[in-house]
Design a protein around this ligand. Sequence first.
Ligand code: FE2
Length: 202
Amino acid sequence: MKFPNNVRALRKERGLSKVRLSELARISDSYLSEIERGIKRLSNAYSPKIAKILEVSEGALFGDSDCQEKPGARWLTQSFTIAHADSGTFKGAGLRPFFEYRDLGIKHATQARYGAHVIRAVPGMESPGTWHSHNLDFQMVYVTKGWVVFEYEGEGEHLLREGSCVLQPSGIKHREVRHSDDMELIEIISPADFPTQDEDAP
Ligand SMILES: [Fe+2]
C-alpha cells in the first residue's frame, strides 16, 4: 500500500534539504524519507507542523490540488464500507495472542488513517499483564460484552464493563490485568498501524 503525499515536491520548491526539514519538524530523516516515498503514512501528529513549515494547508500535503484549501480534504480519499457481524470473521495473530480480532474495514476504507476492530477474548487464555505504550494519534475502547481490568499510569486500575468507554492518550503506559472469557470490545484507532513499546512499571 502507498500513502501518496506532496511533501517531497513542496520541500524541493522551498529549497529545503531532507535533513533540514526533518530537523525543523523534529522527526528522523529516515522517517521523512519513508513518508516522501509513500512507504509510511504521514501521521496526524506531524502533518500540522510540516504544513506550517512548508507554508501550505494540511490538505495540500496529501495530494489533490483541487482540494488543497478545502476543509476536510483528506476525507475525499475515503471509501464507503459496511461490515456485518454475520459475515465477519475473528482472527488470531493480532497484537496480543489472548485476543482475537474482527476487522471492521475502516483501515482499508481510509487508507490506514483510521482503524476499528472488535476484539474478543480467547477463552482460557490470560494476559501476561506487561506494561506497554502505543504511539498513535487516537485510541478509544468501548466494551460491548463481559469485563476487562486495565491499569493506567497515574490512573490506577479500572474495571471496564459493558458500556464502559476509555480514551487512551498517546503514550500512556498501561497494561491489561485480567478479563472475562466472554469479553468483547470495540477499539477505534488512528492511524490503523502503530508502534507498541514495552515499558517498565511506572
Ligand atoms: Fe495497549
